[in-house]
Structure formats: structure tokens, C-alpha cells
Design a protein. Sequence first.
Length: 201
Amino acid sequence: MFKKPVRALALVALPATLALAACNAEPGESPAAEQTDRDTVAQAVASAANLSTLSRAITDAQLAEVLDGSGSYTLLAPTDEAFAALGGNGERLLEAEQRPLLVGLLREHIVPGHITPDAIGKAIDEEGGPVSMTTMGGGSLTFSSEGDIITVSREGSGMARFVGDAIEAGNGVVVPIDTALLPEDAASAPSSTGGDSTAAQ
């Protein structure tokens, strides 16, 4: 997809821009993220007007406890419109029998660390091209830029764009995206979970 080589960013060795972003951010310093210091990531999602479907998915997947905890996470948050675009497939992902699949899919939208869109954009500039980060689920997300727009992709799942303002919570960052990063097989046939051990991990 990208013409330039993608340099993987290990969580323990992020570019200086991303590492410093988590340590040096001060209130009012980053216009790309709305400050909600008293909210956790899960609470920030629940209070956002355009993330109600994701909030339900987090609750159904029993990930709220993780996103309410002391760990720091950056959540790539599909908007309500992104879920609506999945049609009936998106609705079926929220059914009880689909929970193992839903958990696995949501974990692929979470990156450990407190990373703002501004920090990601600067990292892309510093690397001279796309950068990749490892998700909570062990997969890889690739971040790139199209002019002023930051995009994120997951192998086999297409591409999403950052939309609107990110929400900087007390324990992480919520970054709205316009497309759910679902593998093609999950988007087309979510009822066929079978023995998907990867999603259940």
C-alpha cells in the first residue's frame, strides 16, 4: 500500500516525539486533543455524542474495566457512522454469541500508551513516511498522512481517517476514526466465528 518502507515502532522504543508527548503534554498545549482529565478512556467514550455504539461494544466486550484502569491506552474509536456503515454485520457483532470476535476486534483498535494525533503526525514527519505500532491484540497498525489528514490501516482491513477532535482522558487518548478496522471476513460474515481462538484471546 505504501511506497516507502514502513519502520515498525516497538512499544519500548517509540520515536522521541511519541515518547515525549506522553511525558511533556501540559493543559491547553495540544489543540488536537480535548482535555477531560477526570474521565477515563471508557468514560470519555461513553460521554461522546458520536461514539455511543462503540461505548456499547466496549461494555459488551467487558473491556470497560481495562479502559477505566490505571494503564494508559490510545483508542482508535470508530464513530457511530462507521458502525452504521457496516449495516447488519455491525449489529451482529454486538450479539452475545459474537463476543469473542468483538473482543478481538476491539483489542486491535487499542494501542498501549498516551499518544495524541499531534504526536503521531510529528512521528510520521520525523520518520519521513508511515510508522507502525503494535496493538493490545498483538497486531500492527500503520499510520500515514494525506496532507493534513492522518490515516490508519490494518493489514486486510482497509484504511480509516482520523475525524473530529481527539479526546485526551486521564489515562489515555480517544481518537475518532471514520471506519472500523475489520478484516474482510469479519465484515462480510461475522456470524462465522467458529473456533476463532485469536479473537478470544
